[in-house]
Design a protein around this ligand. Structure first.
Ligand SMILES: Cc1ncc(COP(=O)(O)O)c(C=O)c1O
Length: 491
């Protein structure tokens, strides 16, 4: 049994006291939990390079104070019923102890030292309209398992480091072919870097292109995951409003800010409003970017799911000026825990991104990259997307119908023609947090949109993810919401 405690043969405290103190601390701080087995005296003595008598003495002290118990024939254990007064007597470290002194963080670390940063996962509610989660039970898991085991068995190189931090070549080729065809992205496999989801892509872009104090323009409202990365790097954010036609490019053009370094945009399905950037705005935006020399991140996170409309080609495909880094992800079309996404870079940025990726984590998991390559080249990806598009379309229609049935003209629905979520404005006087709380009491999860705003939000806007929920769950969820959210009838 591996077991780590610190003892110092040169310290003035006798060794058996050190064993006693270390184990006692471990129990009081919860590192050792009640009922946990300890190594035998002989093996701990061997492990620590001390005599067996030292360990026995240390154990005996702990036994006499009720921290440990022995069970004949089984060994020594942390006492199953630790008296409360022992646990409450957690030693308070002295003022001068290292545990109390703040550890100086870098500017980056300081920017993350914010309690509001990570919102812990909500307790799983019976019906959760949380966004960005695909229909897990429709993922062809048996097929995926077959592809994974195909490479586990016969390709030992999938267990190794690879010379290519940019990703498995065949996967980059498969992605290049897929996005050229389906999204009109203009690229070759050499421009692609495989990353650990779009979040890592955005993080790498930020590190490589942004310095402290640089201005980054973001959509308002916009995606928190990107905004957090920019802020952590010390960027200043310039919010650009969004309407039904997407980002209002005039706001950029008339901005007082002299040198915007980067613009982050979700043109195909604006997050969270769902607006699609119109063609005139696309052309206007590209002309502005080219004139002002601003790089843009095009986050194309869920545009595979379009309902009833012609697919709008990616902005990157229209760009003549090498001013776009296109970010794609498999989190929505497959599953988020896969942590595979990709960047399409202007050619002259590929080398530096390859090095940054190597520094961040060397490479993405090869096994999954191999399996994903076959998943794409054998046609499973596009088949799965077609199936999910049809499934999500039905779920989306049920959600829209249920919302109108229960809330009538007191709801306004935005962005329902694409993606896996829609944004809903509810005409009510109840504050957003109170609505989220009331919904949770009815065992329904919904997310308020206000955290996605940099400036004050108009309020009463909610994001409804629907891809993961069955039709019955959607109907029942909306029915329960209608019971707990009083509406105002006049708009
Ligand atoms: C706008 C946007 N971009 C990207 C992502 C996906 O992130 P990742 O690829 O890191 O899972 C999400 C997830 O919800 C998102 O909402």
């Amino acid at each position: 049994m591996d077991f780590a405690i610190n003892i110092d043969p040169h310290a003035p405290l006798p060794l058996h006291r050190q064993v006693y103190e270390e184990l006692r601390q471990a129990i009081l701080t919860g590192r050792l939990t009640s009922g946990q087995k300890l190594p035998s005296g002989r093996s701990l003595a061997q492990l620590l390079g001390v005599s067996r008598a030292t360990i026995t003495q240390g154990y005996e002290l702990l036994l006499s104070e009720g921290y440990l118990e022995t069970i004949v024939g089984s060994g020594t254990f942390v006492c199953r019923q630790l008296p409360d007064d022992l646990l409450n007597a957690t030693p308070t470290p002295s003022k001068s102890s290292p545990a109390n002194s703040p550890i100086p963080l870098s500017a980056y670390g300081e920017s993350l030292n914010d309690n509001a940063f990570l919102r812990l996962p909500e307790t799983k509610l019976e019906i959760s309209f949380s966004y960005g989660r695909p229909a897990f039970d429709h993922f062809p898991i048996d097929l995926w398992r077959k592809l994974i085991s195909r490479y586990c068995r016969s390709h030992p190189e999938v267990l190794d480091y690879t010379a290519y931090s940019t990703g498995y070549k065949a996967l980059r080729e498969a992605i290049a072919s897929y996005i050229s065809r389906s999204r009109a992205v203009n690229c070759s496999a050499e421009q692609i870097v495989i990353v650990g989801g779009s979040q890592q892509g955005i993080d790498l872009i930020t590190r490589l292109l942004i310095d402290r104090g640089d201005w980054v323009a973001v959509e308002e409202p916009g995606y928190l995951g990107a905004r957090r990365a920019f802020l952590a790097q010390g960027a200043k954010l310039f919010p650009v409003a969004v309407d039904q036609s997407g980002l209002i490019v005039d706001e950029l053009k008339s901005s007082e800010i002299p040198n915007i370094k980067l613009l982050y945009i979700t043109p195909s399905h604006q997050f969270p409003t769902g607006a699609v950037l119109s063609l005139p705005r696309r052309l206007e935006l590209l002309a502005w970017a080219q004139k002002s020399g601003v790089m843009m991140i095009e986050d194309d996170y869920d545009s595979e799911f379009r309902y009833g409309e012609r697919p709008i080609p990616a902005l990157q495909g229209l760009d003549q000026g090498n001013s776009i880094i296109y970010v794609g992800t498999f989190s929505k079309v497959l599953f988020p825990a896969l942590r595979l996404g990709y960047l399409v870079l202007p050619e002259n940025l590929v080398h530096v991104f390859a090095r940054a990726k190597w520094l961040a984590d060397r490479q993405c998991s090869l096994l999954e990259q191999y399996a994903l390559t076959d998943f794409i080249t054998e046609g499973h990806l596009e088949r799965h997307i077609r199936r999910m598009r049809s499934l999500y379309n039905q779920r989306r229609q049920i959600l829209v119908k249920s919302l109108f049935e229960h809330f009538g003209d007191s709801v306004e629905i935005m962005g329902e023609n694409a993606g896996m979520h829609l944004m809903v404005k509810i005409n009510t006087r109840i504050p957003d947090d109170e609505i989220v709380k009331r919904a949770a009491l009815a065992n329904v999860g919904i997310g308020a949109a206000y955290p996605q705003y940099l400036k004050a939000s108009p309020g009463s806007e909610f994001i409804f993810g629907y891809a993961e929920l069955s039709e019955q769950q959607i109907q029942e969820g909306v029915r329960r919401l209608a019971k707990v959210i009083p509406i105002q009838n006049s708009k």
